[in-house]
Design a protein around this ligand. Sequence first.
Ligand SMILES: Nc1ncnc2c1ncn2[C@@H]1O[C@H](COP(=O)(O)OP(=O)(O)OP(=O)(O)O)[C@@H](O)[C@H]1O
Ligand SMILES: [Mg+2]
Length: 455
Amino acid sequence: MFSLSEIPQTASTLFSAYASFAGAMMLLRSMVNELMPQELRSYLCSIFYHLFPPLSSNVVTLVFDEVSGMSRNQVFDAAEIYSRTKISPDTERLKVSKTPRQKNFTVTIENGEEVPDLFENFHLKWKFVCTEPDDNHFGEKRHFELSFHKKHKEKVMSRYLPYVLEKANEIKQEEKVVKLYNRECPYDDEDGGAVGMWGSINLEHPSTFDTLAMDPDLKKMILDDLDRFVRRREFYKRAGKAWKRGYLLYGPPGTGKSSLVAAMANYLKFDIYDLELTSIYSNSELRRILLSATNRSILVIEDIDCSTEMKDRHSDDGGGGSDTRLTLSGILNFVDGLWSSCGDEKIIVFTTNHKERLDPALLRPGRMDVHINMSYCTVKGFEILASNYLGIEIKSHFLYAEIEGLIQSTEVTPAEVAEELMKSDEADIDIALRRLVNLLKHKRIEVNKTKDNQS
Ligand SMILES: Nc1ncnc2c1ncn2[C@@H]1O[C@H](COP(=O)(O)OP(=O)(O)OP(=O)(O)O)[C@@H](O)[C@H]1O
Ligand SMILES: [Mg+2]
């Protein structure tokens, strides 16, 4: 027996005996690792941990398998993306990959590597584990482990994991490469890049709202409209409306209609489906394409004024069945009917050079939500182009006043202005602007001549 005062000393003796025994067992374990088959090793390990639990058992580890039942585990996918952002200079082994479609390398942690994280002032650790397939399984099994002090379990479940899911989603959106789907594109199903018979390529169109030369108020109106549309999922659901929005872009060639579509896609990270009507043969084909188009996409029909041709085709139908040929009513069905509600977050854009030639059915209120007039180049538009192409503050240039006056009194498209400015390199900005002055003067003479002829 020992007295009460001896208890701390005895406890410490016992503790150090336990510690050295545990140390010896660790050594034994590493020898066993070298010599024994894996199954036997894991069996012995489990007995070992049962008999001698780790000294610090305050750590909780959550395990996220790659698949949960038949479907993918969202947390695993999120962890895979999120853990990439936590890679530190201490991480020793990294996996690097890049598919032909990706612009940048993807760097992820390698099997067994850990990355630390700090959330609301407590520490966590992510570990990636990949086990070789055993005889009963195909392919490797992958999972993430998340370890932290057990007192934070509640916070991790209620706040940290939702935060990781949200962050991963944001990263996915940022990294998304906008695709252009078109019949002409080569069929390639890497990354699910093809839908039905449609191939896709990465949208390399550099147009953004910053580079678009258009009235700043109009630009802001479009941006606000897009933001509101994306935010209003709940509203559309409550109102029982299909979550889609239609834009009609009209204006002369070269005023930036296609550039605006590309800017919208780049802004929202939506894919573009370029529906060339001339290559779609029937309503049922149109329906199939619409059904297979992914959510968060922009469906574009350029030059919709050829819809008059479609109306003719419809009247030729001769009772052959409206499903055999593409008709205006097929398109209208899609604009506000059944098919557009199959799926979420779709934007539909029609472009035309001749709004006045469109079938009134297309212009009826409620059919296309927003009509946007892409006009000739304005002074503000010219300032944006000059800053993009020449990289200068154009207002202080000696030719600015003259160009300003000319632009106000002529009709020149942003494409024509852009073409002149593009011909210059940094050394000959003055030459480029003089050439632009000449072009504008020339156009003004032409306009005056036409007016004279008409009067
Ligand atoms: N508003 C604009 N802002 C910036 N660049 C423009 C603008 N409009 C035209 N451009 C330039 O001119 C080129 C052609 O423009 P775009 O194809 O967008 O015109 P469009 O209105 O679609 O013409 P079309 O009616 O012939 O299809 C663009 O690639 C771009 O370089
Ligand atoms: Mg165009």
